[in-house]
Write a protein that binds this ligand. Structure first.
Ligand code: SF4
Length: 376
């Protein structure tokens, strides 16, 4: 019998500069000495938790950020060798590193590939220089394209591009141009999110003065996105994620399928043994005491787990398996929510096909309010 899969997430919170819209846990201009201390702390946290992975199959590892490619190579080597030494990483594991254009040269990308990294996720966001500058990104469109070419030349064949829409000054036409340029590169995967103005960010503070597209334009962009992805042969498998056949992100599928994962580093979350827990965001505190970094913890009740199952699975085009839900939670989901399901199905927002219940494209656009309506 196959060992139960387990995903690992490692947070590398370094960036050249903070983008105005960013609410991720990331720190600008961190010194190499500090990165070295942070890597030591990560290795200590990895070692401490290794027993949890005994008898499991670590089939995905995701280095997220921040801009992980800013980590100097010797530190990356140390981190990856620690990981392989302590964890049962499978031979075909998906190993992803997030990167930003111009954050590593071809030599560094080649070395990462040689270390076993087999997937790159590049934060491109837009391929219009004007929009990139309004987003306060540190790279140009040309640099993004050149970085992609370097990644391909370094041996990466599984590459995700992150793009955004509904960003300041963007029009449906400029978004179309970004999409066409991105699709011409033929990445294996695209994650495309609308800009959300998160509280506490500089963008949130100046939201009234940002030249944001209106609702109709945003809807036009969303429709255009779906058309172009389908025409180019990318399957939508999650609300904001599209992939060529066989290239869905296996690590993120762990999250969306409610499977277990362990997170390491500041602000990293884990879901293990029925408990969801997260580390604090203070880098100095983490470096000083990486084994006491846990800042929050919640043991999920059966009802929490049942609701989370719905919340995350309905994000996926594959939707919910009614029989799996019944055997996991002892509840007939279709019976319990009959009236709501009928109403949503009548409105063209949700479909039931045999054992499968899933949101339509239109339903996915309204997913936030639909998912909340299933709350117990
Ligand atoms: S590069 Fe990404 S993580 Fe870094 S500040 Fe910008 S949005 Fe945040």
């Amino acid at each position: 019998m196959m060992n139960k899969p387990l995903g690992l997430y490692i947070h590398l919170p370094f960036c050249l500069k903070k983008c105005g819209y960013c609410d991720f846990c990331s720190f600008p201009a961190v010194s190499e000495a500090q990165m070295a201390r942070y890597t030591e702390a990560l290795c200590a946290e990895l070692a401490h938790n290794a027993p949890k992975a005994e008898g499991r199959a670590v089939d995905t590892v995701f280095f997220g950020g921040g801009t992980p490619t800013l980590l100097p190579l010797p530190l990356f080597e140390k981190l990856i060798s620690t990981l392989y030494r302590l964890y049962p990483v499978t031979a075909d594991a998906e190993i992803t590193v997030e990167a930003n254009p111009a954050s590593a040269d071809k030599g560094k990308l080649q070395r990462l590939r040689a270390l076993g990294v087999n997937r790159l996720s590049i934060g491109v966001q837009s391929l219009s220089d004007g929009e990139l500058s309004l987003l306060e990104r540190v790279h140009t469109a040309e640099e993004a394209k050149a970085f992609y070419a370097d990644a391909v030349a370094a041996g990466f064949s599984n590459i995700n591009l992150d793009l955004m829409y509904a960003i300041p000054s963007q029009t449906v036409e400029s978004f179309a141009k970004t999409l066409d340029t991105a699709l011409a590169l033929s990445p294996s995967h695209l994650s495309v999110y609308s800009l959300i103005l998160e509280e506490g960010t500089p963008f949130y503070q100046k939201k009234e003065s940002l030249p944001l597209p209106d609702e109709d334009e945003e809807e036009g962009m969303r429709q255009l996105l779906l058309q172009k992805m389908a025409a180019a042969g990318y399957g939508r498998y999650e609300i904001s994620n599209f992939a060529k056949e066989g290239y869905a992100c296996r690590h993120n599928l762990h999250y969306w399928r409610n499977e277990e994962y362990l997170g390491f580093g500041v602000a990293a979350y884990s879901y293990f043994d029925g408990i969801r827990y997260g580390n604090g965001k203070d880098m100095a505190a983490y470096i000083a005491l990486p084994l006491s970094a846990r800042a929050e913890e919640e043991r999920l009740t059966d009802m929490d787990r049942a609701y989370e199952y719905v919340m995350t699975r309905l994000r996926l085009c594959e939707g919910i398996s009614l029989s799996a839900y019944r055997s996991l939670f002892g509840i007939d989901f279709a019976k319990r929510h009959r009236a709501l399901i009928e109403r949503l199905a009548k409105g063209g927002l949700l479909k039931m096909e045999g054992d499968r219940l899933f949101l339509t494209d239109e339903g996915m656009n309204l997913s936030n309010s639909i998912l909340v309506s299933f709350m117990p």
